[in-house]
Design a protein around this ligand. Structure first.
Ligand code: OAD
Length: 234
């Protein structure tokens, strides 16, 4: 076994072939919506009904989506690799879990959960949300929001992620454009430690492409299973 501790960072590109749109590609979500309106606390304060509608539509899309060969390959890697495999995802979908990944951190939250800004509890919520939806824990209406991270908010699990980046010996970035920090800075952080091999698997070179030691370009459903096969057989 060549690597003991593998950290895999995933972005919207890994779910693109499952039918979920990316953000910045041609036809991406941020070409149709202003992220200030639907992905900031200020946008939610201005027009919560509009923001709920946006995430309700994304939940409907997610219900129709199924994990693809790239999600399945990462789950197989976690099952078969004798070392540690951690998936850190920027995605709010649950396709990694449905593919069978267990060791996973959602740094930008989860679409199928809500959070109550009155009692602070997080709860599973697969259906629609509205302004008046009462919190399933404290029953107070008017305080629920999608359990996703908006611009200007702190991503989840950062201390644990920092720790894992510091000790990994392989860092793989899949399907992310490298536009959004802190995730976009992970490769530089890993390189500063100087121990880990760094690989980018993406349709095209990302913003931070030059920082990776190795790159495989192509659709995730092709390049991820091939890369995982190599790791398992090494
Ligand atoms: P982006 O939309 O910025 O980038 C998607 C990346 O996936 C691009 O580099 C594409 O080239 C690549 N891609 C597209 N199709 C692919 C395929 N079939 N196989 C492999 N790669 C493919 O999405 P993210 O980088 O995930 O955050 O965006 C990061 C964050 O910005 C998101 O988590 C979200 C967004 O605003 C928040 O909302 C907080």
């Amino acid at each position: 076994m060549r690597y003991q501790r593998i950290v895999v960072l995933t972005g919207a590109g890994i779910s693109a072939e499952s039918g979920l749109g990316t953000f910045r590609d041609e036809d991406g979500l941020w070409t149709k919506y202003d992220l200030e309106d639907v992905a900031t606390p200020q946008g939610f304060a201005r027009d919560p009904a509009f923001v709920h509608e946006f995430y309700n539509a994304r939940r409907v899309n997610l219900r129709d989506a199924v994990p693809n060969a790239a999600h399945l390959a990462l789950a197989e890697l976690e099952r078969r690799h004798p070392g540690r495999v951690l998936v850190v995802t920027q995605n709010v979908d649950d396709l990694h879990e449905r593919a069978g990944s267990c060791n996973i951190l959602h740094m930008h939250g989860e679409l199928l959960k809500l959070r109550c800004e009155s009692c602070g509890q997080v709860a599973d919520w697969p259906g629609d949300l509205a302004i008046a939806t009462p919190c399933p824990t404290c029953a107070v209406p008017g305080y629920v929001r999608p359990h996703v991270v908006w611009f200007g908010e702190m991503p989840f699990h950062m201390p644990k992620i920092e720790l894992e980046l510091a000790v990994c010996d392989l860092f793989v970035s899949i399907g992310t454009s490298g536009n959004v920090y802190p995730a976009a800075g992970f490769v530089a952080e890993v390189r500063r430690q100087g121990r880990a091999h760094t690989v980018e698997l993406n349709l095209e070179p990302s913003e931070g492409a030059s920082l990776f030691a190795e790159a495989r370009l192509g659709p995730a459903t092709t390049v991820v299973p091939a890369f995982v096969r190599e790791l398992i057989e090494a």
